[in-house]
Design a protein around this ligand. Structure first.
Ligand code: DX5
Ligand code: ZN
Length: 216
């Protein structure tokens, strides 16, 4: 059992409302929004006004994945724009600023989480685990959709799930990158609660069936 968070990075940006409404119609659980600044990752995607616009057209939770440098500068604006979850990379700033960012997100009544790039060990999450509502494990290098799933991240998923079961069992473990109808199984076996799927969801000929496969 898992929840699916289709990533709108692979949506048709000229028809975002249609594609967001389609996620609900197909039984999707969460909308994953990838924010990139061209500095933390070598790509630029969408920002605060798009989150504001999406908030008006869906009741589904908006899971905003900030791939930006020093996110403490912007987290409050993303919360006010309508995010339900704001996740920030542990590699994007000094630990005290990461902790401050998590506190700022919580202070506005929003759920907060951290993200680990593939080369970042599970141990890097330890200082934040008790403050998190979500821990996101990247299974591709952040920046682009459509990359190959890194199965060697699964021990990291299992380790984080184990630690969280002990100290913060309500915290969700999310996996992002290369998730499809095949790779979803090993994610779930290792304890992932939420699976992000961009290209596999939007390319699926039967999206409702794809959603059920991920959720099963
Ligand atoms: C990558 C993003 C992902 C991306 C996943 O930097 O964080 O959310 O949209 O795309 P797929 O599912 O195609 O790997
Ligand atoms: Zn993402």
């Amino acid at each position: 059992m898992a929840q699916i968070a289709p990533s709108i990075l692979s949506a048709d940006f000229a028809n975002l409302q249609r594609d967001i409404e389609d996620i609900r119609a197909n039984g999707g659980d969460i909308v994953h929004v990838d924010v990139m600044d061209g500095i933390f990752v070598p790509n630029i995607s969408i920002g605060i006004p798009v989150v504001q616009a999406l908030r008006k057209v869906t009741d589904l939770p908006l899971d905003v994945h900030l791939m930006i440098d020093r996110p403490v500068r912007y987290v409050e604006e993303f919360v006010k724009a309508g995010a339900d979850y704001v996740t920030i990379h542990v590699e994007a700033d000094q630990p005290q600023n990461t902790l401050e960012a998590l506190d700022k997100i919580h202070a506005l009544g929003c759920k907060a989480g951290i993200v680990l790039k593939p080369k970042t060990p599970a141990e890097a999450a330890i200082p934040y685990l008790e403050k998190c509502d979500m821990v996101l494990v990247m299974t591709v290098e952040p920046g682009f959709g459509g990359q190959k799933f890194m199965a060697d991240m699964m021990p990291k998923v299992a380790q984080l799930k184990q630690w969280l079961t002990d100290i913060n069992p309500d915290c969700l473990v999310e996996v992002d990158g290369g998730v499809d109808a095949n790779t979803c199984a090993v994610c779930k076996e290792n304890g992932a609660d939420v699976l992000v799927a961009g290209s596999a969801y939007f390319k699926a000929t039967d999206r409702a069936a794809f959603v059920k496969t991920i959720q099963a």
